[in-house]
Write a protein that binds this ligand. Sequence first.
Ligand code: ATP
Ligand code: MG
Length: 275
Amino acid sequence: MSGNPYQDDRGNKDATITNPSGRGEIEVSTGTGHGSHTAEAFLIGDSMTGGYGKSGPDILHDCTVAVNKGEIAVIVGPNGAGKSTAMKATFGMLNLRQGSVRLDGEDITGLTPQARVVKGMGFVPQTHNIFTSMSVQENLEMGAFIRTDNFKTTMEQVFDLFPILRDKRNQPAGELSGGQRQQVAVGRALMTQPKVLLLDEPTAGVSPIVMDELFDRIIEVARTGISILMVEQNARQALEIADKGYVLVQGANAHTGTGKGLLADEEVRKSFLGG
Ligand SMILES: Nc1ncnc2c1ncn2[C@@H]1O[C@H](COP(=O)(O)OP(=O)(O)OP(=O)(O)O)[C@@H](O)[C@H]1O
Ligand SMILES: [Mg+2]
């Protein structure tokens, strides 16, 4: 492998990551609830219906999101579409009325978020995703909370991925720039050595250049075999690096396809990508 393997062409155009056939192993379910998945995605929030609290209205309606091993799946859609809700549901922060969540073939619908972390899920929420008064290093140590083994090597890997964090390791995370804070948040989630990473708008509020850098790092993480399920406001750029894409509207699947396929879809372009 070259020194900088993620730099060239990637996303749906790159069939070399984990999937030599160049196709997903599954037909992506559109959330009908009766799809029989012959070969299942690594993580799937399948036909999820539910909302907040015990009596709150349903926000998700038969909503399905999934990601294959080592791939990048991207969720896009208008504000309030339920993208964050779908992520929270997949991470176990919502009581689903219908549907299920499966990880590596195992039904984890009943598990708490903490138990899902133990199973190999990492989650970076959209907001409040770092401890601002703690140092960068303390944030990473907090990320390792479930580990009883030595996590120093993992921390070095995070510092290799995000070198600026090594320089600023003793600085309060609240003093970092927006892009650097997002690196802390992603680094914190990596400290548990997850198999799948859920990222809710990892490039929120950063400049285009920093966005590109963050996407490059995310691709690099996926290349190590970690699946990435992420919500993105920068829909076009995110779909360019996506193996799979989901457009959510009003809590339901509106369009599903490869990143490339969605980018080429006339309807998706007109309605969600600004033409
Ligand atoms: N904690 C909550 N309690 C009750 N309702 C909520 C809660 N969080 C979100 N909602 C509602 O769920 C719906 C979907 O919100 P959600 O945050 O999932 O949208 P989103 O697609 O992530 O939007 P954005 O692009 O602005 O991040 C909205 O109508 C919102 O008001
Ligand atoms: Mg959101």
